[in-house]
Design a protein around this ligand. Structure first.
Ligand code: FES
Length: 126
């Protein structure tokens, strides 16, 4: 069996939603101290719905594929659903990741949660 699923390879080669949202109202950046990979997530939330999402990932192929898949999974979704997204769901949507690459999908979950935290803290100060 190939180490990586076709979906992982597809999202790694053609990542969706790469880039920056200039007027994002939720931005999260997380990193993994062990491998040094970094992921930044930009959310544009309106009426409690993720209208747009983009990411920048300086990391391994699994991290890029995980961020790409995660953005596809939350785009157009209400915040209540986005909050529930787990790294397991992202990995499953990619038809699995090798065990030692599961931490890459954790970065995607954490980046989204961090961007949501940023969104909430901005709401308080406005
Ligand atoms: Fe660190 Fe993939 S090896 S995020």
């Amino acid at each position: 069996m190939a180490l990586y699923s076709e979906k992982v390879m597809d999202h790694f080669r053609n990542p969706r939603n790469v880039g920056v949202i200039e007027d994002a109202n939720g931005i999260g950046e997380v990193g993994n101290a062990k491998c040094g990979d970094i992921m930044k997530m930009y959310l544009k939330i309106e009426d409690d719905v993720v209208q747009d999402v983009k990411f920048e990932t300086f990391g391994c192929g699994s991290a890029i594929a995980s961020s790409s898949m995660a953005t596809e999974m939350i785009k157009g979704k209400p915040i209540s659903e986005v909050k529930e997204l787990t790294n397991k769901a992202v990995a499953e949507a990619l038809d699995g990741l090798p065990d030692y690459k599961m931490h890459c999908s954790v970065l995607a979950e954490e980046a989204i949660k961090s961007a949501l935290d940023d969104y909430y803290s901005r709401q308080k100060t406005e």
